[in-house]
Design a protein around this ligand. Sequence first.
Ligand SMILES: Nc1ncnc2c1ncn2[C@@H]1O[C@H](COP(=O)(O)OP(=O)(O)OP(=O)(O)O)[C@@H](O)[C@H]1O
Length: 588
Amino acid sequence: MRHLVRAGLVGASRDVRGLLVAAACVALLGLGVPLATGEVLGQLARQGEVNGLFGFLALMLSAAVVAGLVGVVQNLRLLRLDGRLQSGAQLAIWDRLMRLPARFFTSRSSGEIANSMLGISFVGEALSALLPQLVSAGATVAVTLGMLLVVEPVLGLWGAGIVAVTLLTFGAFAVLIVRQQRSALPAEHRAAAMTNQLLGGIVKIKLASAEARAHARWSEVAAAARATLQRVRQSQAGLVAFATVLPIAGQLVLFAVLMGPLAGRVPPGDFFVLNVGFAMLLGALLVLTSAGVEVIAAVPRLGSLREILRADPEARPDLVDPGELRGEVALHRVTFAYQPDEPPVLVDIDLHVRPGEFVAVVGPSGCGKSTLLRLLLGFERQQQGAVLYDGQDLCELDVHAVRRQCGVVLQDGQLFAGSVRDNICGAGSYPLDQVWEAARMAGLADDLEALPMGMSTMVPFGGGTLSVGQRQRVLIARALAPRPRIIFLDEATSALDNRTQEVVTRSTAALAATRVVIAHRVSTVRAADTIVVLDEGRIVQRGSYDELMEQPDGLFHRLARRQLLTEPRRPDAVVEQSRQPDGQPATS
Ligand SMILES: Nc1ncnc2c1ncn2[C@@H]1O[C@H](COP(=O)(O)OP(=O)(O)OP(=O)(O)O)[C@@H](O)[C@H]1O
């Protein structure tokens, strides 16, 4: 958190200093009001002694003008400070978020993360609106209290007592409000996550005619969020009520002291000085409390950023650059569980993939194929064993440098809003020839040539205007565009017809890259050098297609036989037919 504030305040020390000096000036100039009032009314009280009265009035007027000008400077500085804080801290937090490991995101909803990110804006806005008030009210309290202590120490001590009571009451309310706000935040995050989910799944909700159920579920979560927030509002109202009573109670104290212990001891001039000074002190306390109530409500939101700030980023300065990879990939006795107290998803996995080798991973649904890929990509960290690239432990390597050399298509890969060319380039930037070459390798070039806008065809987020097979091929083209040394495909060709899949297989083979391909279809894995069969997180078989087919009792044979019986005769038929009615491929 300290780093975040520092990032937000880079180059702002002059503004902070200026702000404090301006606040002190305004408070000191403000002292002119009680002093001048005392003088004026004192002279009036002495009936007729009005010499120099106009001078005093002129002085008061000048003080008011100067205070106004200083106030303008103060606010300008504050605006600059707020801009710095918001942009600097927001950039810092986004930078941090981008460097967090993928597992950070899988265990949290996007609504929760988005809400935490919004926290920084919320706090920034609260501070920018209230900081000037807080700073000048704080300065006024200090200056008027000092003045009261000098002019009439007994009253000054009473004033100090009132300040102490106010601060203690404010502190007690602050603790309560922060605590309540902290317990209200999860409900607010849940409501935000639910809103995100419902909006993201609106088509599915409509297909299932589940609008009423979705609305009921959302209302439930939103009502819970409102109820927890209500408690915070009640406490805030309590503090505001205290702040409202404060000036009246303060005045009563003043008069009680003046008529009690100080009766007959305060000359009329001093009386007015004390009266106006006391009123200023109470007014400043009122501002401090009511502005403070907003600021403390914003504080717990910063707490929700703490998780983002505390999580270990993927890239560490001590990590080693793997250099140009040859393409050797290995899992050495890897055991992995998503949660330490849950049974492992992968057990004692030993897999060695030579440079340029094509390894297919098959197995029933849920056996751990995608998890294996996530481990290879460093998205998850195994509890035992090691993931090795060219014999180097991935834990000690700069994982970004490794991923940059891998072409990857994951099961849930998404297109982003933009042109097809942008989507193929992804984070990289390649000459048009290379982009067309990637499209050709993915079997997409003919489709693009048939489109009026070709490579410049715009697609929405998710690629909804392209067919599922075309979307898959754009993702494959994206993976192949940088001509990677290593290719990881997770069900990347499931929607392609056999002929297009053949094109992809041939072009990836031509790249001479190491390939680890997860697939359900026999036709996808037939050409693999080695097929690894996973079952319940363990490797139960490995060998070439022919070797595995010669083992009639083996799992692969059973899976393949089931599929071959349903595989279409026409080589270019969409293999959707080989899927089971529940949408699962036949090997599953
Ligand atoms: N983020 C996660 N947290 C906890 N458990 C998970 C997570 N992701 C997957 N799992 C569990 O790990 C097991 C293996 O999942 P995985 O996705 O690796 O299987 P798979 O073989 O790829 O399945 P499919 O063929 O259906 O894609 C499953 O039981 C799944 O429920």
